[in-house]
Design a protein around this ligand. Structure first.
Ligand SMILES: Nc1ncnc2c1ncn2[C@@H]1O[C@H](COP(=O)(O)OP(=O)(O)OP(=O)(O)O)[C@@H](O)[C@H]1O
Ligand SMILES: O=P(O)(O)OC[C@H]1O[C@H](OP(=O)(O)OP(=O)(O)O)[C@H](O)[C@@H]1O
Length: 216
């Protein structure tokens, strides 16, 4: 029997997980079937395929991959832009689409010392720097839309998908910073040392992503 090269994948718990798993399955990988959203288990083994899945927070996926404890990872481009980790971005999986935008209250009156609340402090700082605006960035971990409503910040930089959260909190989208989809990333050394197996997975996923795109 030919033994497969063992591979470890860092998978984001939450929104992206289901869609990513579906793509991997369609690309021909035997993926864990028994895992459910309410499971507390953080590692899943698929012994027949020499595959291990690590269930991690979306923001931490690039950390696991950069340090080489995971060979591959699936992560939103938002996290890659925020974290700027030294990883190899292999493929746009075209799943979990959304955008990062600047939003604020419609009746806001301009003033100096602009405050910007965001779960993405790095992306927010870079964006306003590029615009030549000096701002104070306030890092929040969620419920960011609250900040302009209660006077914590003048603007937010956050994910927009349906626009419902902005709308229900009386905010308007002012500028789109960038469109976001999820990406397949690799550890740089793993990509060299396990190139055969990783290339096979990338080829399978590339085919599936193209097929899914044609169906949209
Ligand atoms: N409406 C959306 N809101 C947030 N993230 C979205 C949305 N649509 C797609 N995404 C993608 O999903 C990823 C976030 O997934 P999820 O919401 O499960 O995690 P999270 O809320 O950041 O995690 P946690 O708060 O548990 O650390 C983002 O990095 C982004 O790429
Ligand atoms: O445009 P929409 O479809 O409304 O989606 C965007 C919202 O979803 C995310 O929040 P999440 O549900 O992850 O909660 P959080 O505020 O705790 O980050 C994001 O931070 C926005 O608040």
């Amino acid at each position: 029997m030919i033994r497969q090269t063992p591979l470890t994948l860092a998978m984001p718990k939450g929104r992206i997980f289901g869609e990513a798993l579906e793509l991997l399955k369609k690309a021909g990988l035997k993926v864990p079937g028994e895992w459910t959203e309410d499971s507390r288990k953080l590692t899943i083994e698929v012994p027949d395929e020499q595959l291990s899945f690590l269930m991690v927070k979306p923001m931490d996926v690039p950390t696991y991959v950069e340090h080489g404890v995971a060979d591959l990872g699936v992560v939103g481009k938002d996290v890659l832009l925020e974290e700027e980790r030294d990883v190899h971005e292999l493929l746009d999986l075209m799943i979990s689409p959304c955008r990062i935008s600047v939003a604020g209250m419609p009746d806001w009156t301009p003033h100096a010392n602009l405050k910007v609340a965001s779960k993405y402090p790095h992306i927010a700082s870079q964006w306003f720097k590029q615009q030549g605006e000096q701002v104070q960035v306030i890092h929040l971990n969620g419920s960011v839309e609250l900040a302009p409503m209660i006077g914590l910040a003048d603007r937010i930089v956050d994910i927009v998908s349906s626009g419902r959260t902005l709308q229900e909190n009386g905010l308007i989208e002012l500028e789109e910073i960038t469109k976001i989809t999820s990406r397949l990333i690799a550890n740089r050394a793993s990509y060299r040392l396990k190139k055969g197996r990783i290339s096979g997975i990338v080829a399978g996923l590339t085919r599936v992503v193209a097929q899914e795109g044609a169906l949209r």
